[in-house]
Design a protein around this ligand. Structure first.
Ligand code: MEV
Length: 435
């Protein structure tokens, strides 16, 4: 394939023409266009979320109903393409509905940013001047922080850290923030850049150092926000778990507990276990227009905080009680960014009762926990494939162009049969040959 120059400068139609000249036929171009939104103004907004937009890639937007969270019922929108995820979340929500529901606790909401720089002068003097000028530096951010401060947020602290043990001449200014209901990326990055600039300027113009002693490398928020953390949990007396798949409540609780313990000590299992948690978390994050890459990166770093990657959830069996909990960092926002721009994010937030960012942290953690509960529940009882393949049946039938009547017949047939691509194809072939 040849390269293309100036692609971003072409109009959307010209971009599609280029595609039609190089990769796709006209029917395929039409198929891309079929996903344009009929409301041109809305389509323009969506186009502008990104660069070189050609069309929209649609995903299912569903609802996991009946989550009891801190004694209130919520129905949670989820955007996800994996067939069994919403079903599993809904089933877990229903299971816990009459067993006390989900509870949440916000541990903290601190966000983080860093100015990374090299310094080639007298270290001790650097710390002295930083501490001497700290108040001035903070004062100088007033224009940037005034609005956030009115809402109860702002800069929490700022410390200089010597990193020269890990990298020659490397220092960092670690800053912490409260960004209220905003994700706060622009707020944080603007402040960091100002602090970086002002520190060098003040230190040099007042002749403490020479400008050649500093090299600002970069100023950027950190997506590692271990203190922006929430805990979600469910608990009930073991006997209330009931008889599950032929297991007594005690046997079930112990097997479930063992499955979580395995994910605490076995990396291969922990990654899959946490992936199951992220199935639920990402789906809520997408629906609310938050940044799932940031949440993913942070969650996995947090899962490996003691040097080994481990399960994010924990299970406890104490005094006849079963407790299952998930604690993880979730730096989310409910104002600003895509949350306010994407029309479906706005609706998601409305369905969720317009939560604060802290409320959304709790809701999202509950869905992650529900997802994990659903997966482990299947894994330690029937096995995962039964439910998965049941949900996947429709995908296979659609792939094989099954008619409505065939879908109906297949659903009945596969109630008791093993779903596999081959079995579904054989079923359709047999059925088709009979008609
Ligand atoms: C599949 O998307 C997620 C699971 O593999 C999670 C798990 O194994 O715990 C079912």
């Amino acid at each position: 394939m040849k390269t293309v120059n100036g692609f971003s400068k072409l109009s959307k139609n010209d971009k599609l023409t280029w595609l039609s000249q190089n990769m796709l036929n006209s029917a395929e171009i039409e198929e891309l266009k079929n996903f344009w939104h009929p409301n041109a103004e809305l389509q323009k907004t969506i186009d502008e979320f990104s660069e070189n937009t050609l069309t929209n890639f649609i995903m299912p937007f569903g609802l996991a109903p009946n989550f009891k969270i801190n004694d209130k019922i919520l129905h949670v929108p989820m955007v996800i393409e994996e067939s069994s995820v919403v079903a599993a979340a809904s089933k877990s929500a229903k299971f816990w509905l009459n067993r006390g529901g989900f509870k949440t606790k916000i541990i903290d909401t601190t966000k983080v940013g860093q100015v990374h720089f090299k310094f080639y002068g007298d270290k001790e003097k650097l710390f002295n001047i930083f501490n001497l000028k700290k108040a001035t530096l903070l004062e100088a951010t007033q224009d940037l922080t005034a609005n956030m401060e009115k809402r109860g947020g702002g800069i929490k602290d700022m410390v200089l850290v010597d990193k020269t043990q890990s990298l020659a001449n490397y220092f960092v200014i670690d800053m912490t923030f409260n960004t209220c209901d905003a994700m706060g990326a622009n707020f944080i990055n603007s402040i960091l850049e100002k602090v970086a600039h002002d520190f060098v300027e003040i230190a040099c113009s007042e002749n403490y150092f020479h400008v050649s002693e500093f090299e600002i490398i970069m100023s950027i928020l950190s997506n590692y926000t271990p203190n922006c953390r929430v805990k979600a949990y469910v608990e009930c007396p073991i006997e209330e778990l009931g008889q599950i798949a032929g297991l007594s409540p005690q046997q079930y609780a112990e097997k479930f507990h063992a499955a979580v313990q395995i994910a605490k000590v076995n990396v291969e299992r922990a990654v899959t276990h946490n992936k199951g948690i992220m199935n639920g978390i990402d789906a809520v994050i997408l629906a609310t227009g938050n940044d799932f890459r940031a949440i993913e990166a942070c969650a996995h770093a947090y899962a490996a905080r003691d040097g080994q990657y481990r399960s994010l959830s924990s299970c406890h069996i104490d005094n006849g009680k079963f407790k299952f909990e998930l604690e993880l960092p979730l730096a989310l926002g409910t104002i600003g960014g895509l949350t306010s721009l994407h029309p479906l994010s706005k609706l998601t937030l409305k369905v969720l009762n317009n939560p604060s960012a802290a409320d959304l942290m709790g809701i999202t953690a509950c869905v992650g926990l529900a997802q994990n509960f659903g997966a482990l529940n299947s894994l330690v009882t029937t096995g995962i494939q039964k439910g998965h393949m049941k949900m996947h049946l429709l995908n296979i039938l659609n792939q094989l162009n099954a008619s409505d009547a065939e879908i109906k017949a297949a659903k009945v047939h596969f109630e008791k049969e093993i779903v596999s691509f081959k079995n579904v194809r054989d079923f359709l072939d047999t059925n088709r040959s009979l008609h």
